[in-house]
Design a protein around this ligand. Sequence first.
Ligand code: 5GP
Ligand code: SF4
Ligand code: MG
Length: 466
Amino acid sequence: CGIFGAIGVADASNFVALGLHALQHRGQEAGGIVTHDPEHGFNSAHRFGYVRDNFTKPDVMSTLPGPLAIGHVRYSTAGTKANTAIRDVQPFFGEFHMGGCAIAHNGNITNASALRRELIERGSIFQSSSDSECIIHLMARSIQRNIPERMKDALRRVEGAFSVIAMTRTKLIGVRDALGVRPLVVGRVGEDGYVLASETCALDIIGADFLREVEPGEMVVISKGKIESSRPFGPSTGRFCIFEHVYFSRPDSIIGGRSVYETRRQIGVELAREAPVEADLVCPVPDSGTPAAIGYAQESGIPYGMGIIRNQYMGRTFIEPSEQIRNMGVRLKLNVNRALIAGKRVVLVDDSVVRGTTSRKIKDMILDAGAAEVHFRIASPPTAWPCFYGVDTPDRDKLLAANMTPDQMRDWIGVDSLSFVSLDGLYRAVGEATGRNSACPQYCDACFSGDYPVAPFDQLERGFRM
Ligand code: 5GP
Ligand code: SF4
Ligand code: MG
């Protein structure tokens, strides 16, 4: 999901709408904005579909006045997937005796089922199927006297991954879990405006200056032009999601001081060193494979070309929740550039293989177009484990790499060769010169390694084996 908040600006909802538009790649199912204004109190709008189709309309935006606003774009990872209800769309809102509070959450709470059970037993009435709603109910049960303290109480009971943006009548609040699995940054805009955003690309769109990242385990409370920082969860070292670098974030964002584009290009360089092949053409599977394909071509000296053309009017296929739509999605989105491909030995570079659906269809299309050979190069290690921290990977039985060796995968996809970047190669590409520190890994890489930095409590209860 993508989250954005703004304080101290006229018509904060316009900033939030723009910020969410820049974060649309993080969630395309639905979006919501909550605002506050001394005259009109809290107001909100929640809609299915793209930001640009909803939060540009005067009849929606005129209902969202005020200098303080937060928003969310949704990509369902928990709860009922095929049929997201509008009541599952964030931000969520709670009214406490010290005033209202809205929250927007990116990540996944790994003990949400257990918490929900406990809260319902004690009288909470849930409105949605979302794991994030637990936070509001835990806040309601806290005995603290102000909302930031109640949030701390609530989040200390929550396990898993969370970056949260919240607002009261006067404050904008940002928090990251102790490991800082999901991103969150602070920016400055105008005279005394501040913004919080999932990624820096959302600062660029509104002309905000990047100030810094919210640190793992940090809470920032912004009001009256000042930022207060605290560390509610004690000392910790971060384990940022390495897959944000591979796929999830936008290539024009800066994470941990590094350009995501440059990291992806570097993964391609590592791949070319680890898995060279004789070929005539390097093609990306657009858009997610593009920077790595550029790196592969540069390092190998094989010409780069656009052998697959992407229809710009389609979203991210993977993020369409139903299997059927996803299957159709590949052809709706991608087509082969026959004139370029015919007769050539082609290296295809993509960011990841999950179910293998995309790779298999693309291979068919490329061979139909007359390619002489097809070699797949993948800019991440085999995805053999599900993510429980906010990226929608399927169960293990649907993950190709959990059920096949790389050779079996090559034969199942039907290509001449298939190679994945190594885990150490990926770490080098994100700037860790000596690779992965196995005693104390610098990132979360559980979907590749099975090394889960937070035990997935609910999943273990359901019989998942680590
Ligand atoms: P597959 O077809 O193998 O199931 O999916 C792989 C494709 O899905 C890749 O092209 C990748 O760009 C895309 N993708 C989109 N979202 C995700 C995601 O959340 N996780 C992973 N691993 N791949 C994703
Ligand atoms: Fe990111 Fe993978 Fe960890 Fe999920 S399991 S947070 S996708 S690195
Ligand atoms: Mg892709």
